[in-house]
Write a protein that binds this ligand. Structure first.
Ligand code: FES
Ligand code: FES
Length: 897
């Protein structure tokens, strides 16, 4: 086949049935991304003879004789295409995985098209941005600010990889040219929710040409572990084998096949003959807690049921508190199972290097912990394993798991060849993790004036077949959402329960999202009962700056207020909702309008251990190199780390080259999750930069005959009294005497500060169809001092959009056998451009005393306030409480009719 790709002739026959996307990627055009399996996401968009197409839907042979342009060919004569420039100026991306497809689609828009973006961009999905910055790019808005020496913090400076992202040069986890001898891995997954594997017939599968090996439970180390990644591995149960002879959910791995091609591996999976002994299954955690339920895990005699962990605590006496109450509200609220849908799916590539070591390139939020687990499972020495990340296309907690690295390493160790495994989108739904669905019963007592007298909750969390994150999310569920309100009498009981469902895991908001939803709905219901304004009941009862931060446990904690901005946030949202801005209610008496508010509080960082390291050096040209262990998956940590370092060193962010997330090249980091990218890794960067500054001052004083107290760093020189000594000169003098100006520092998470978010929503509900139309969305956040306001806004926009998805659109639907019936993006609908309102975003004016340079967590807590705000607005509009997520039109219709 002959065609032209980006102006170059290409003559190569496609494989039978190959789509144009795979064909182009095989020829090195990695700007063509894979985000789904069937034309739903738009990440693979290319131009064919100038028109945009989803290349995964185009048979490769149809490109015969055509001119194909990918993102790599959009710039002409060294000049960026205007749309690339617009995306650069607006920074219309976070992880950037969708950016190539978005730009290719948008590059063909007319002026008229740009005024109809909800329709024109319906084929391109973004999970990170909430589409706000994409809208900006398409309307010529410039969000990026100049990078000024000494003023890095507080400015919206550009992402260091921005140009690579808009030109397609940014390479993600599996954007690698085929290695010699590479094998492809595929897994057969269980069709049964609970079964014992009696035998696996491999003969037919092994006969498929190209199949190299098949691995089952008999071929793997029989060691229990948890796929969840935390600093303290004891917080997760070791209840999982790499491959097991007992399957506990539909989608569990049964066998792995490695072959010369993906097609051969897939065909072999289909030909494996598995003899299962079916076992009774249980899907409902309440049923799973009863004595009649099948027990999923054989544990010690102390644990003989499906409750993985339970927590209980009480402060004061709720019994007394309810006696003192003038009004009591009681209701059960539930949250649904949703998936992260990071646009880049899970994937890993493992190989043995010329150095004899094992190298693993992976899409992970915690490469250092993944390495520890690999060493443990395969009995490897720490020094023999290297795990690293390249650019990661989103995570949201979903990549706080080790679920693709182990099988690649197993196959590489056994075959000696490189092995690559990329999850399909369907596998993301059935074989990766989800948010924990939780059912929360709330009982709330209050005086007539709204003062709470007792708050009691009972939470049942469905952790699925395995318990990773089950305890930590439950602890979070019983933590800050309860602590957010002052009440003398508080009590909670929580249970994380095994069922034969896909395992749940870490997910943005991490357990607190679920109980925040329940409590915030209950607070509104109590306000209605007492005839009090929803803002006022919150102001009356919310935690004060001088209060102890306590939930239900009597033990002291390490949580403290580094800053306190919740009152500002409530004021900002209330004023905005009353401003009259936003859309008017649609005409017609069947539309009813309502407003709602939700408040959220969350610790910056996980309750258990977390540590980060950074290393910084002065380079001969007077710029710096910064190595940080934390990973970047679109959360913006590389940008903010450079800004923090630049601020301390009085230079520009651009003067700092950065690498991250590499067990060979960067200091240790527990992982980028629970908002630790800013608060822990950011502190490590700040400490390291300060130490390097001190080293430079001290060296200059000693070698240039001046006093340290007379020295200051300014951009590219040290000012020493009236002399200006360039850093290049300092480096040169140091190099002669063996001083290389390199320092390392570590940061440890403790104490933990607190962040606040408030979401306001005004919406209309159609009483006949159940349709919900958002008229205004307002979000206020107390994130301390925003290091990069543009990026912080983007994080909030993205979290709010994800909250809208959780509340209104997304739901994993299962049949009676525990099999997901909608494992595709077209059926499991994440918000598209048309679905997300453009939120007004506000920041409280605070400076955090715990976080680096006044900053604290930004991207996590925001989602927690969104679903309850929407729920409260729907209740306000209709007069009916909908206690179960999501609020899809059919469910609203059902109840309103
Ligand atoms: S990869 Fe082609 S549309 Fe998703
Ligand atoms: S920036 Fe759009 S998917 Fe990450």
């Amino acid at each position: 086949m002959n065609l032209t790709v980006n102006g170059k002739k290409l003559s190569a026959a496609p494989a039978p049935g190959q789509c144009l996307r795979t064909y182009l990627r095989e020829h090195g055009w990695f700007g063509v991304k894979k985000g789904c399996d069937q034309g739903d996401c738009g990440a693979c968009t290319v131009h064919i003879d100038g028109k945009p197409f989803h290349s995964c839907l185009v048979p490769a042979f149809r490109a015969e004789g055509r001119e194909v342009t990918t993102i790599e060919g959009l710039a002409k004569d060294g000049e960026l295409h205007p749309m690339q420039k617009a995306f650069l100026d607006a920074q219309a991306f976070q992880c950037g995985f969708c950016a190539a497809g978005m730009i290719m689609t948008s590059a063909t828009f007319s002026e008229e098209d740009r005024n109809d973006l909800p329709r024109m961009l319906k084929g391109n999905l973004c999970r990170c941005t909430g589409y706000h910055s994409i809208d900006d790019a398409l309307h010529g808005v410039v969000n990026v600010e100049d990078d000024v020496a000494g003023e890095a913090c507080g400015r919206s400076v550009r992402n260091p990889f921005a140009e690579d992202i808009v030109t397609g040069k940014a390479h993600y986890t599996l954007d690698v040219p085929p290695m010699d001898g590479i094998l492809h891995l595929k897994v057969l997954r269980s069709p049964h929710p609970h079964a014992r594997i009696k035998s696996i017939g491999r003969d037919k599968a092994l006969a498929v040409p190209g199949v190299v090996a098949i691995y089952t439970w008999e071929d793997v180390p029989r060691k229990l572990y948890s796929t969840a990644t935390h600093e303290d591995h004891l917080v997760d149960p070791d209840d999982t084998y790499i491959l097991d002879n007992l399957v506990r959910f539909v989608g569990q791995r049964v066998a792995a096949v490695v072959a010369e091609t993906e097609g051969a591996a897939e065909e072999a999976c289909r030909l494996l003959e598995v003899d299962y002994e079916l076992l009774p299954a249980v899907f409902d955690p309440e049923v799973a807690m009863t004595p009649v339920a099948p027990v999923l895990h054989n544990r010690s005699v102390a644990f003989h049921d499906n409750i993985y962990v339970d927590f209980h605590g009480e402060l004061g006496s709720v019994e007394q508190g309810f006696k003192e109450a003038d009004a009591i509200h009681e209701m059960t609220y539930s949250t649904s199972r949703v998936q992260h849908v990071h646009l880049e799916t899970h994937g890993s590539l493992a190989w043995r290097g010329e150095d004899g070591r094992l190298h693993v390139r992976t899409s992970s939020q915690a490469p250092f912990i993944a390495k520890q687990k690999l060493c443990y499972l395969f009995g490897l020495f720490d020094r023999d394993v290297h795990v690293f990340t390249e650019r990661i296309g989103g995570g949201f907690g979903g990549k706080q798991e080790m679920i693709s690295e182990d099988l690649c390493v197993l196959a590489t160790l056994k075959t000696g060849r490189p092995v690559m495994w990329e999850f399909t989108r369907a596998e993301q739904f059935i074989g990766a993790t989800t948010r924990h669905p939780m059912t929360t019963h709330v009982k709330l007592g209050a005086k007539k004036d709204g003062t709470f007298t007792a708050l009691q909750i009972r939470v049942v969390s469905n952790t699925g077949a395995y318990g990773g994150h089950g305890g930590e999310t439950l602890a979070a569920a019983l933590g800050s959402p309860i602590a957010a309100y002052r009440c003398v009498n508080k009590k909670a009981d929580g249970y994380a329960v095994y069922t034969n469902m896909v395992p749940a895991g870490g997910f943005r908001g991490y357990g607190a999202s679920q109980t925040t939803f329940a409590i915030e709905c209950a607070v509104d219901d109590m306000a209605k009962l007492l005839g009090i304004d929803p803002f006022e009941i919150r102001r009356k009862n919310m935690i004060r700056e001088t209060d102890r931060i306590e939930s239900i446990w009597k033990d002291p904690s390490d949580v403290m207020f580094g800053s306190y901005g919740i009152t500002q946030c409530l004021d900002q949202v209330e004023v905005a909702l009353k401003s009259g801005r936003g859309l008017p209610k649609p005409e017609g008496e069947d539309w009813v309008e309502g407003t709602g508010v939700g408040m959220a509080m969350l610790e910056s960082g996980p309750p258990t251990e977390h540590r980060s390291g950074a290393e910084m050096r002065l380079l001969p040209d007077g710029t710096y190199h910064l190595a940080v262990g934390s990973t970047e998956m679109g959360n913006g940590s590389t940008t903010s780390h450079r800004q923090i370092a630049a601020s301390v060193l009085g230079t520009r962010a651009d003067a700092i080259a950065i690498i991250n997330g590499d067990t060979d090249k960067t200091p240790y980091d527990t992982g980028t999750f629970a908002s630790t990218g800013t608060v822990v890794a950011g502190q490590a960067v700040e400490k390291t930069a300060r130490a390097l500054r001190d080293v430079l001052m001290d060296f200059t004083a000693r070698n240039f005959d001046c006093k340290p107290e007379d020295c200051s760093l300014q951009d590219d020189a040290i000012i020493c009294a009236d002399r200006k000594i360039p850093l290049t000169e300092i480096h040169a003098v140091g190099a002669k005497i063996g001083d290389h100006f390199v320092v390392r520092r570590k940061a440890y998470l403790s104490p933990r500060t607190i962040g606040f978010n408030v979401q306001g929503v005004r919406l209309a509900v159609h009483r006949v169809t159940g349709e919900v139309m958002t008229l205004q969305s307002v979000h206020a956040a107390d994130i301390g001092k925003p290091i990069n306001p543009m990026q912080c806004r983007g994080q909030l926009d993205g979290a709010v959009a994800m909250g809208f998805g959780w509340a209104l659109y997304e739901k994993m639907v299962y049949d009676d056998n525990g099999a997901m019936v909608n494992p595709a993006l077209r059926d499991y609908r994440i918000p598209a451009f048309a679905d997300v309102p453009r939120s007004e975003i506000y920041f409280a004016d605070t400076y955090d005393t715990v976080g680096p340079l006044g900053a604290k967590a930004q991207g996590e807590c925001a989602i927690n306030a969104v679903a309850p705000a929407i729920a409260n607005a729907i209740a306000n509009a209709t007069g009916v409480r909908f206690p179960d997520l999501p609020f899809t039109p059919d469910r609203i219709f059902d109840k309103l009719k």
